[in-house]
Design a binder for this molecule. Structure first.
Ligand SMILES: Nc1ncnc2c1ncn2[C@@H]1O[C@H](COP(=O)(O)OP(=O)(O)OP(=O)(O)O)[C@@H](O)[C@H]1O
Ligand SMILES: [Mg+2]
Length: 466
């Protein structure tokens, strides 16, 4: 294991002793780390909300919450973030207990600088196995734009599981980025140079899905004019994304389970099994537990697919990512549409950041696409963003407003039908003329305007002033 520091890894250092804190920061800074120094566990937790470091180094004895309590919080919120504790001389039992709880390591004060740097390097290397350079380090997740600590945590976990062959279940609402994450996991895995194959289990009819997944031999069914390799074989050595796994028909769930257990597929109509080596990533926005309770999803398959679950947060749970994503999409789409939009006006960005985003990142992309197509100025103005955010289908009118709109449209129709003849229109509406005039007046409708000769004035008299 290499003990050279991961280039510019960020460390969060916690100590209530200001001198100690300064000394630690200097040492670690000159060893090539970026250091964020805070004086209490509470400040550390606040800092973690803003930015996820690669490691936490904390004193055990702190005012308020102590270092162990801080560790427990960190473990709960950021399971893959390593924590090293500094304990005063003579409190070893504490330290032993801490290690048992999952603290990466402890050092007694006064600490040995060399030992400290080694411990940090070890922890970093374990949390993020070393790669030649920072750039290569990040290449696997190049498609995923984020700065929130929620996403940083998720990505750290994704990267750890990517190295194993464990089946991963990706959960999260529609448009949160399950497919991009699946691709990133593939790229971060040892299978990166082998195929990544995605199949949407919900979009393919049951009869076809089986032969898509497992293949068929010539003559297996009427249209099977030649042998056909299934997606399992196409993904051999690589990764297969079973998207919308919650939509897989029960009969196929049984067959899928058998393939996963036997690590071999038998194409339709064939009597031979073909071994396949495929890493399974599945994704769903459905509540699989509820589907299992309803008997719609097999429990045994669930446990096989769900060795590790990664849950994508909704966009509303990571609003700090919105400006970054919006600008990223704008740059990409401006290039695509040959536009020169260089950014959003500050109020426009604020409106984006505060919107509800039920459709998550995909919806954000669509909104940016719409404003980009319509924009004619260097900075996208607020008005365009507001317009794109207001999807007509979700516009809800008050009953009074809806009634008003209907009434007006109805009256206009009647006047058109009767060529602006109020007596006829009133008769059709089964209202007396006085009442009908009052309605026209309310909507400021002038019957004369509806005469087909286009001339104003009529024998019934224009009723509206303006
Ligand atoms: N963090 C991100 N950075 C950049 N683009 C993203 C990110 N997350 C999602 N996207 C983009 O948003 C769109 C939706 O993402 P994706 O298809 O992965 O979502 P999904 O969770 O699979 O949605 P669904 O459940 O509807 O299938 C895609 O165009 C994807 O490229
Ligand atoms: Mg998807």
């Amino acid at each position: 294991m290499s003990t050279s520091p991961t280039p510019r890894a960020r460390l969060l250092v916690v100590d209530d002793d200001a001198d100690m804190l300064r000394l630690l920061s200097m040492r670690l800074g000159s060893a090539g780390y970026q250091v964020t120094a805070v004086g209490s566990a509470e400040a550390a937790l606040a800092q973690l909300e803003i930015e996820r470091p690669q490691l936490v180094l904390s004193d055990v004895r702190l005012p308020g919450r102590d270092g162990l309590a801080l560790f427990d919080e960190v473990r709960a919120r950021h399971p893959s973030l390593p924590v090293i504790l500094l304990t005063a001389h003579g409190t070893i039992p504490d330290a032993v207990e801490a290690t048992a709880r999952g603290v990466f390591g402890y050092l007694t004060k006064p600490y040995d600088a060399k030992e400290l740097l080694e411990k940090i390097a070890q922890a970093l290397a374990l949390a993020a196995p070393s790669l030649p350079s920072r750039q290569a380090d990040e290449a696997w997740r190049a498609e995923i734009v984020s700065r929130s600590s929620r996403m940083a945590d998720l990505l750290a976990e994704a990267r750890l599981v990517a190295r194993s062959d464990a089946s991963v279940l990706l959960r999260g609402d529609s448009g949160t980025g399950k497919e991009v994450l699946a691709r990133a996991i593939h790229k971060a895995s040892a299978r990166a140079n082998k195929p990544f194959v995605a199949v949407n289990c919900g979009a393919i009819p049951e009869a076809l899905l089986e032969s898509e997944l497992f293949g068929h031999v010539k003559g297996a069914f009427t249209d099977a004019v030649s042998n056909h390799k299934g997606l399992f074989q196409a993904a051999d050595g690589g990764t297969l994304l079973l998207d919308e796994i919650g939509d897989m028909p029960p009969a196929l769930q049984v067959k899928l389970l058998r393939v996963l257990q036997e690590r071999a597929v038998r194409p339709l109509g064939s009597s031979q099994s073909i071994p396949v080596d495929v890493r399974i990533v599945s994704a769903t926005h459905r509540d699989l537990e509820a589907a299992m309770a309803d008997g719609q999803f097999r429990e045994d398959l669930y446990y096989r697919l769900n060795v590790v679950t990664l849950h994508l947060p909704t966009l509303a749970e990571r609003r700090e990512d919105i400006p970054l994503l919006a600008n990223h999409f704008l740059a990409r789409l401006s290039a695509k549409y040959g536009k020169r939009s260089s950014g959003f006006a500050p109020e426009a960005l604020k409106a984006l950041t505060m919107a509800a985003w039920p459709g998550n990142v995909r919806q954000l992309y669509n909104v940016v696409e719409q404003v980009c197509a319509l924009n004619t100025t260097p900075l996208v103005p607020l008005a365009l963003v507001q317009r794109a955010l207001r999807t007509p289908s979700v516009e809800v009118l008050s009953l009074a407003e809806a009634r008003q709109r209907f009434e007006r449209a109805y009256l206009v129709d009647l006047l058109k039908m009767t060529d602006g003849h109020v007596a006829d229109a009133a008769r059709l509406a089964q209202r007396n003329r006085t009442e009908f005039y009052r309605l026209l007046q309310k909507h400021e409708l002038t019957p004369g305007l509806f005469k087909s000769d286009g001339l104003h004035g009529d024998d019934d008299g224009a009723v509206a002033e303006s």
